[in-house]
Design a protein around this ligand. Structure first.
Ligand code: ATP
Length: 233
């Protein structure tokens, strides 16, 4: 579904991603791991066109997308939950959802406000509240729910649960698991290795802008040694 081929992406200061090759298959959950500053966010930004790659190719459903602008990439069916969430603080929960609603991937059973409420019931309770008045965890649920409202076939999640209370993290992982069971493809960054290992099918580990390890998440291959070597935990 998504294939990155040897992409190199950078900022004014220089390259941050040095030749990353990665894929996400249909209905697959893929984890992207690595310490801070290793290029995970830049990889996500490359996919969605916020920081387009300087070289290499990105294919989404066999279409080359690395030169398209972000809104066109989103319309092909890629939803982004950005680091820092970036919900609309002055709009209510319901308005945040309705503001972006669209069925770009022509889903036969598209997401509605009620459907996303069934995944994150807390949002239904808070539906009249302003986005900015929600707790961090609720804002993250709203960011995920908002991304679903464009009916993506691929969801990109940059830091799914960073800085959130354990109880709310659990609700978020449960929500993501529901999406996985429904066959949504997900590329997810997080620091919670246990939760990521539980939900993902495959893992990529990045170090200094490169993929240094890739494999199936549920095997002993993702060993303590790897964690110590690349993740510093
Ligand atoms: P984190 O978990 O801290 O977000 P990350 O693995 O997602 O880390 P990136 O945010 O992709 O890493 O950062 C990779 C490199 O690119 C780092 O050296 C970072 O300082 C640099 N970088 C990231 N964003 C920018 C930017 N907007 N301008 C310049 N350099 C940047």
């Amino acid at each position: 579904m998504l294939r990155l081929e040897n992409i190199k992406t950078g900022y004014d200061a220089g390259l941050a991603v040095f030749g990353v090759t990665l894929e996400v298959r249909e209905a697959e959950v893929v984890a992207l791991l690595g310490r801070n500053g290793m290029g995970k966010t830049t990889t996500i930004r490359s996919i969605i066109g916020l920081t387009p790659p300087r070289s290499g190719k990105i294919f989404f459903n066999d279409r080359e997308i690395q030169k398209l602008s972000s809104y066109k990439i989103a319309r092909l069916g890629i939803g982004l939950v950005p680091e820092g969430r970036q919900i609309f603080p002055t709009l209510s929960v319901r308005e945040n959802l309705l503001a972006v609603a669209a069925n770009y991937s022509k889903n036969s059973d598209p997401y509605s406000v009620d459907r996303v409420f069934s995944i994150f019931p807390r949002l239904e309770e808070r539906q009249k509240q302003k986005g900015g008045s929600l707790s961090g965890g609720e804002q993250q649920m709203l960011a995920i729910a908002r991304a679903l409202m464009i009916n993506p076939s691929l969801l990109l999640l940059d830091e799914a649960t960073e800085g959130l209370a354990p109880l709310v993290c659990k609700e978020i992982w449960e929500g993501l698991d529901i999406l996985k069971q429904r066959g949504l493809s997900i590329l997810v960054i997080d620091k919670d290795i246990e939760a990521l290992t539980a939900i993902s099918d495959r893992t990529y580990i990045m170090e200094k802008g490169e993929v240094v390890w890739t494999g199936v998440s549920h095997t002993d291959n993702l060993t303590t040694e790897l964690k110590m070597r690349y993740l510093g935990v």
